[in-house]
Write a protein that binds this ligand. Structure first.
Ligand code: DOR
Ligand code: ZN
Length: 337
């Protein structure tokens, strides 16, 4: 039996730059129709010139693949309405990082006072630019996301017309927040559907599974699985595939990020199949994203998978993927478009 996915979308992706971009971009552009591209380069993408130049470099790295990079800016509370109007047609969303919370986020937001954020967030609401948020406080690592829910609620209440995407949610508290506020949505990664903290640190430390937000408890994973596998309409797939060179992961001071781009569709297929929810995979990896980001144009592409062993390469250049060297149950058979 084969499974065909129409227009797969990855709504949260790190492609980096230079040599790393050349290594990883084709691994997404091969099997996805498009992806929301994260802006946390050094320096972060925060001007129109930087955004357009980065988009060009991505398109070049994707070669002849049919793939749309949906560009984002790195949120700053100093963005004016005039600036956002001038860049609106070039971007799909703006990504907000709390300062210092993860890789290359030092220039992020250091306080969440409504009045400091009001001008930019009202302009975004009026211009219908979604706000993607890395929702973690600087509290205890296991509690950071749950603590951030009150900030999501404050933003959702004060800016009711703003579409707010809770990125890479990992907790049952975030899942619960989804149904409380009409303007809250979420992405869920592959790795957070699969692992808990036990897989990262319960035995020998697994640096290639270390990421932010850190994987949580079994009941949190259960809450994520429930909404992803049952096609909750406010939930969409965003891999947060975040490559780092091997030396930066296997080191004293491991960089956060799990590299899943080359295995995402194969493993999602297996997961949905195992739970007898394959009929909902299309919604999770494409249809909900199209409905939530209702302005995007999605290029035509179909990806057909079949039950056939796929041995995950040990490395892609100097990047180690999740499940490196292991055999997956599903392979990509054909890509059209
Ligand atoms: O694990 C992570 N890696 N989480 C993030 O939020 C950022 C990402 C990265 O850029 O490496
Ligand atoms: Zn990310």
């Amino acid at each position: 039996m084969s499974i065909t996915i129409n227009q797969p979308l990855d709504m949260h992706l790190h492609l980096r730059d230079e040599a790393m971009l050349k290594t990883v971009a084709p691994l997404s552009s091969h099997s996805f129709s498009g992806a929301i591209i994260m802006p946390n380069l050094v320096p972060p993408v925060s001007t129109k010139e930087e955004l357009l130049a980065y988009k060009e470099r991505i398109i070049h790295a994707c070669g002849s693949d049919t793939f749309t990079p949906y560009m984002t800016l790195f949120f700053k509370p100093t963005y004016t309405k005039a600036f956002l109007e001038s860049i609106k047609d070039e971007l799909t969303a703006i990504k907000l990082y709390p300062a210092g919370i993860t890789t290359n986020s030092e220039g992020g937001v250091s306080g969440f006072e409504v009045e400091t954020l009001r001008e930019t967030l009202e302009a975004m609401s009026e211009l219908e630019i979604p706000l993607c948020i890395h929702g973690e406080t600087n509290g205890f690592v296991m509690d950071r996301e749950a603590e951030f829910v009150s900030i999501y609620e404050m933003l959702a209440t004060n800016f009711p017309k703003l579409k707010i995407i809770m990125e890479h949610i990992t907790t049952k508290e975030s899942v619960e927040a989804l149904d409380k506020f009409e303007n809250l949505y979420a992405t869920i990664t592959l790795h957070h559907l699969l692992i808990t903290l036990d897989d990262v640190a319960g035995g020998m430390l697994q640096p290639h599974l270390f990421c932010k937000p850190i994987a949580k408890r079994p009941e949190d994973r259960e809450a994520l699985r429930k909404v992803a596998l049952n096609a909750h309409p406010k939930v969409m797939f965003g891999s947060d595939s975040a490559p780092h060179p091997q030396h930066a992961k296997e080191s004293c001071g491991c960089a956060a990020g799990v590299f899943t781009a080359p295995i995402a569709l194969q493993v999602l297929t297996e997961l949905f199949m195992e739970h007898s929810t394959l009929k909902n995979l299309q919604a999770f990896v494409s249809d909900h994203a199209k409905a939530i980001y209702n302005h995007i144009k999605v290029p035509h592409k179909t990806v057909t998978l079949e039950k056939k062993p796929f041995v995950v390469p040990a490395k892609y250049d100097n990047v180690i993927p999740m499940y490196a060297g292991e055999t997956l149950a599903y392979s990509i058979l054909e890509i059209k478009g």
